[in-house]
Design a protein around this ligand. Structure first.
Ligand code: ATP
Ligand code: MG
Length: 173
């Protein structure tokens, strides 16, 4: 991978209040287990990861999202999970608003029709909180209400200090 590589993804991008609550949850987890916390300004939920693409791709992705209605859904993050196979601690929901699931499916289908390679697995919304964790954190269930009123196209650039995210465009919000 070269230094000027850039990856694109579509995401649910939290507003300030939700972001602060997520950052507090990261701290609570990190007080319990070792690992690499996700920086507050990078917390998000990936809707569709598009991979490494030439800079011109952002225009095609934008046009694709322009054809969709604005997303309005209710998200309640009420559980913290741990995936031992990749060492990730995440926040997610016990139940997902069907409006969000169908939006993600529709979005991915449209992107696939345009030739983008998107995940085929069913959308399972989660916020990555910590990486490189070797032990399941034990915490009381969180309750973060996240009114979802739009989505963001984000660019992820690999830099010497790690990847840096940059919001390219937002819809709704
Ligand atoms: P880095 O990989 O440099 O440590 P990062 O994982 O934060 O940083 P990206 O790899 O660009 O940055 O990922 C951006 C978002 O897309 C993250 O939410 C990541 O989990 C998700 N993602 C990355 N690769 C894939 C993939 N192959 N399939 C699905 N989602 C992915
Ligand atoms: Mg990554």
């Amino acid at each position: 991978m070269s230094a000027d590589t850039e990856r694109l993804f579509l995401a649910l991008w939290p507003g300030e209040g939700v972001r602060r609550q997520l950052a507090d949850l990261v701290s609570a987890c990190h007080a319990q287990v070792r690992g690499r916390p996700v920086a507050p300004d990078k917390l998000h939920i990936t809707l569709a990861f598009l991979g490494e693409l030439p800079p011109t791709a952002a225009t095609a992705v934008s046009a694709c999202v322009d054809g969709l209605p604005i997303l309005n859904a209710q998200l309640c993050l009420d559980r913290v999970g741990y995936w031992p196979r990749n060492g990730i601690v995440w926040a997610g929901s016990r139940e997902v608003d069907p409006a969000l699931g169908s939006f993600a499916a529709d979005l991915r289908a449209r992107l696939a029709r345009l030739g983008f390679r998107v995940e085929r697995r069913e959308f399972s919304p989660h916020v990555t909180l910590l990486r490189r964790v070797r032990q399941r954190p034990r915490l009381p269930s969180p309750r973060i209400d996240w009114p979802v009123t739009g989505i963001a196209l984000v660019r992820s650039k690999l830099e010497p200090t790690g990847s840096r995210y940059e919001v390219v465009r937002c819809w709704g919000e």
